[in-house]
Design a binder for this molecule. Structure first.
Ligand SMILES: Cc1cc2nc3c(=O)[nH]c(=O)nc-3n(C[C@H](O)[C@H](O)[C@H](O)COP(=O)(O)OP(=O)(O)OC[C@H]3O[C@@H](n4cnc5c(N)ncnc54)[C@H](O)[C@@H]3O)c2cc1C
Length: 438
């Protein structure tokens, strides 16, 4: 369906953001000629199940797909699987692909996501040492998840913790090694991290905090047989998974001369300094109007929101990426949820629920709420974290005394507009956050 006036949109990266964007544009074949360039050999799929249901065998590859094969919009998309975008010629408005093809574009969208940080210690390339970013990684690990196996997880971030929880669900002997003296040091306050660590221990995960991996040790057949730590301890194992963070895939943007910091720099409508090029999802560092600063967010919801913003802007509507960030992680029956930017808070108000669930509200010195961190079952914390998102979006200054009281519904705080009155945050009702700044 070629039309002379159709906008030729090339999307690089068929992950959450690129997949969703392509789906939206593909439903408008009169206006858009859409090409999706995917480095992976799979059509776009969701990553959150990769550390959860895929590892426990409850979720299939097909169930992870962002949109089904039978979806009509696919017919309108030129899907290039297993092909990498190697270079962008901004002057000629062309993308060079790894298979030799040159694609012309009117609008280009960079949705290349992020890649795992590789570990350079001895033995990191041994058979049995894995990383987890894509579905093939997850399926390869899942195939080796048998109760008789011993697993070492390197890194106490979200990915490592979810892998440990999925391994324990299958009775696998699991030890987690974390260089810092606590879990999730850069992202959640210690009260939450400690509660999470306690739960992992009670589920049987061996925790080695403040320990570094010295080397991965091989058996005579060149397969992994142990992990040696900086403490001198040697952990015998059959399998190791490394989860020590990710970095934005921004090399393509750097070589195209676009503005790049920890990600590809874009404005609030996700446009780069080249008006024909957008960036979205994990790869984008975007201007957030609510927080008045650039942020980069590695989260499913952010990729979804970005796809919709870019789609609207390309369709000629006004749109800004001003949603309150939201991230969740599932471990056992616990849900950890983070809304807003807790890092911007200087104090916290803590709400403890009867069932042991906890929500921390992060406040600035003027009492403005900028973030919320919840740990508990999804039923206990989900609603309040969502309501906290509303307060954050409203730039509210809720009374910390009310925030702390689990008998006072957060909805009533939102409704009553009490939130609008600035309060001075003083006294023992607030705690000092011990989060590290990035
Ligand atoms: C295992 C795992 C579990 C997660 N769980 C959660 C969770 O529970 N909650 C949550 O909020 N978030 C979670 N996330 C984060 C969330 O999935 C990501 O933030 C989201 O996938 C980002 O979407 P994206 O489209 O920006 O990037 P991605 O989904 O990473 O997709 C980018 C794609 O671009 C491709 N690509 C890169 N370079 C090129 C190139 N030059 N040419 C062509 N293609 C290219 C990549 O191969 C990749 O397929 C998880 C992530 C992982 C990896």
């Amino acid at each position: 369906m070629r039309g002379a006036n159709r906008n030729r949109v090339v999307v690089i990266g068929g992950g959450q953001a690129g997949g969703r964007l392509t789906q939206i544009l593909g439903a408008n074949p009169r206006d858009f000629e859409v090409t999706l360039v995917c480095q992976e050999p799979h059509p776009p799929y969701e990553r959150p199940p990769l550390t959860k249901g895929v590892l426990t065998g409850k979720t299939t590859r097909e169930q992870c797909l962002i949109w089904r094969d039978e979806d009509d919009a696919w017919r309108n998309v030129d899907l290039r699987l297993g092909v990498c975008a190697d270079a962008i010629d901004r002057e000629a408005k062309r993308v060079q692909l790894s298979d030799g093809v040159k694609l012309g574009y009117d609008t280009l969208v960079l949705a290349m996501g992020s890649s795992v940080r590789r570990f350079s210690v001895e033995g990191a390339a041994l058979k049995g040492v894995h990383y987890l970013r894509n579905i093939d990684d997850s399926l390869a690990i899942a195939r080796r998840f048998e109760p008789s196996k011993r697993l070492v997880v390197v890194g106490g971030g979200f990915i490592g913790l979810e892998i440990a929880a999925s391994a324990r669900a299958q009775g696998i002997d699991t030890t987690l090694v974390e260089a810092s003296d606590r879990l999730l040091a850069r992202v959640v306050p210690s009260v939450v991290a400690d509660q999470l660590a306690k739960r992992h221990r009670s589920e049987g995960v061996g925790m080695r905090m403040g320990a570094m991996v010295e080397r991965f040790v091989s058996s005579p057949g060149d397969a992994l047989c142990a992990v040696e730590l900086s403490t001198g301890e040697v952990l015998p194992c059959d399998l190791a998974v490394i989860g020590v963070g990710v970095k934005a895939n921004s090399e393509l943007a750097v070589s195209a001369g676009l503005s790049v910091d920890v990600g590809v720099r874009v404005d609030a409508s996700l446009r780069t300094d080249d008006p024909s090029i957008f960036a979205c999802g994990d790869v984008a560092t975007f201007w957030h109007p609510l927080f008045n600063q650039y942020v980069r967010v590695e989260a499913w919801q952010n990729a979804e929101d970005h796809a919709r913003v870019v789609a609207k802007v390309i369709m000629g509507e006004k749109a800004m990426s001003d949603a309150v960030p939201w991230f969740w992680s599932d471990q056992y029956d616990l849900s950890l949820q983070i809304a807003g930017l807790p890092i911007l808070g200087s104090s916290m108000a803590m709400r403890l629920m009867d069932d042991g669930a906890v929500i921390l509200f992060h406040l600035t010195p003027s009492g403005k709420i900028v973030g919320a961190t919840g740990l508990g079952t999804a039923e206990s914390i989900g609603r309040d974290v969502r309501l906290a998102q509303i307060l954050i979006a409203e730039r509210a200054h809720p009374d910390p005394v009310l925030l702390r009281d689990p008998a006072i519904g957060l909805k009533s705080i939102v409704k009553a507009g009490k939130a609008k009155k600035p309060v001075v945050v003083l006294g023992s009702s607030v705690a000092t956050p011990d989060m590290l700044r990035p």
